[in-house]
Design a protein around this ligand. Structure first.
Ligand code: ADP
Length: 406
């Protein structure tokens, strides 16, 4: 993702306007932006441009006349999740959000994968909802509206599900004026009060049915840590847990099947252990996508977005280097520059600091996205009471932080 500050006539003005009036776009930069419009200035907080068909060129240029623009205008819901407490230990059994929510704003753009995972998921979900909307006979063409993301922890699976729900709620707002996300942690269904679990599943799905019934609300049901269903089933079979747990798993699967009746429900599931997903679950999913640790390009881009954020708030100080040449380059542009091998390209400071960042990204092979996003914080904390520093100091601290993490 690249971020544009709202341009203005005064040279310094974009910096002052950063907090509320930034323009963002992901993957595909645009050719030009008209932002001096008083109307936009007054009413628009942010504009996100998204190149969903992957039409942008390698250096990130997207020509307006080559694409079909789809404009979605929306207002974010400010309230956070409401939660349902259950059992004697008062653990929240599920959380519920109204979409599109402030909490998930920018989440889709912040998730970086260099495969076309995001595009693939979005296209799948759009087709599934379209089929439902048009009333395609599911006996003739089968589809379930169930997505399963699996892979190691910290690779962004849960975030991707939430971001997808947010994105679909915006794109389908013409059809469904309201959207809700209900997040169930499968693990919490198997709390120590098994007798409660059955009731919990029934209550949860009763609630979901109440929401979907009116047909105007698009509902996303996110079931996190689905591997605990298998664990519970196996533990029950081996006799180490009460057979109640099998009943809970079965109840959950039956209820999920019942949800198929409604065209306005999408089920999103995640599992941290690819090998241990309940087969009944795997069968139901139309899309099963593996989400692995980030590649070098993804690691570089994740770290770059972290550093740009620290620069935005002034923790990394751009002023100590020449301002016109202190931008971190995108991975693609850096690769092009490194191939050029001209004297001019080599002396550019932006190439220099970007190569330094590349070395950092190379050093954290195997790190999850979550670990990468923590790294800049750890690096800063290790530097003592510094409030700001330049890129070279900060990147050196990151190298040290990686060594400690390893
Ligand atoms: P999982 O569900 O796979 O355990 P999460 O969705 O909880 O992972 O991810 C935790 C955080 O890690 C995310 O909020 C995000 O900040 C970061 N993260 C993980 N993977 C990525 C990625 N590919 N790109 C950017 N950030 C990522």
């Amino acid at each position: 993702m690249t971020r544009f500050d709202k341009p203005s006539k005064g040279i310094d003005a974009p910096h002052r306007m950063l907090d509320k009036r930034s323009l963002t776009y992901e993957e595909g930069p645009i050719l030009f932006c008209q932002t001096d419009e008083p109307f936009l200035y007054e009413h628009v907080e942010s504009i996100t441009l998204s190149d969903e068909d992957g039409r942008a060129s390698a250096n990130g240029v997207l020509l307006f006349w080559q694409v079909t623009l789809q404009v979605h205008v929306y207002q974010l819901h400010e309230e956070g999740p409401s939660e349902e407490l259950e059992g004697n230990d008062s653990i929240a059994s599920f959380h519920e959000w109204t979409l599109p929510g402030r909490e998930f704003h920018g989440l889709w753009e912040s998730l970086i994968y260099d495969s076309s995972l995001k595009q693939h998921l979005l296209r799948y979900a759009l087709s599934a909802l379209l089929f439902s909307d048009r009333g395609v006979n599911s006996h003739l063409v089968a589809w379930n509206r169930v997505v399963l993301l699996h892979g190691p922890p910290g690779t962004g699976k849960t975030s991707l599900c939430k971001a997808l729900a947010q994105k679909l709620s915006i794109q389908f707002s013409y059809r469904f004026p309201q959207a809700q996300l209900v997040e169930v942690n499968a693990h919490s269904l198997f709390s120590k009060w098994f007798s409660e679990s059955g009731k919990l599943v029934t209550k949860l799905f009763q609630k979901i049915e109440d929401i979907v019934e009116d047909g105007t609300t698009l509902v996303f049901v996110l079931i996190d840590e689905a591997e605990s269903l298998t664990a519970a089933r196996q533990a029950a079979l081996s006799g180490s847990e009460p057979s109640d747990s099998i009943r809970v798993v079965n109840a959950l699967l039956t209820q999920l099947d019942r949800l198929k009746r409604w065209p306005n429900v999408v089920v999103l599931t995640t599992s941290n252990i690819s090998a241990a997903i309940d087969l009944a679950f795997v069968d139901r999913a139309d899309i099963k996508a593996y989400v692995g640790p980030p590649s070098l390009e993804a690691r570089y881009e994740i770290l770059r977005s972290c550093l740009k954020e620290l620069q935005r708030v002034g923790i990394i100080n751009q002023q100590k280097v020449e301002p016109y040449d202190s931008e971190l380059l995108t991975f693609k542009i850096l690769s092009l520059r490194m191939k050029e091998r001209t004297e001019e390209a080599r002396v550019l400071l932006s190439v220099d600091i970007s190569r330094n960042l590349l070395a950092v990204a190379e050093a954290c092979e195997g790190f999850s996205g979550r670990a990468l996003r923590k790294l800049p914080f750890l690096a800063h904390a290790s530097m003592g009471p510094l409030t700001d520093c330049d890129y070279s100091v900060f990147l050196a601290a990151m190298h040290e932080a990686i060594k400690r993490e390893l």
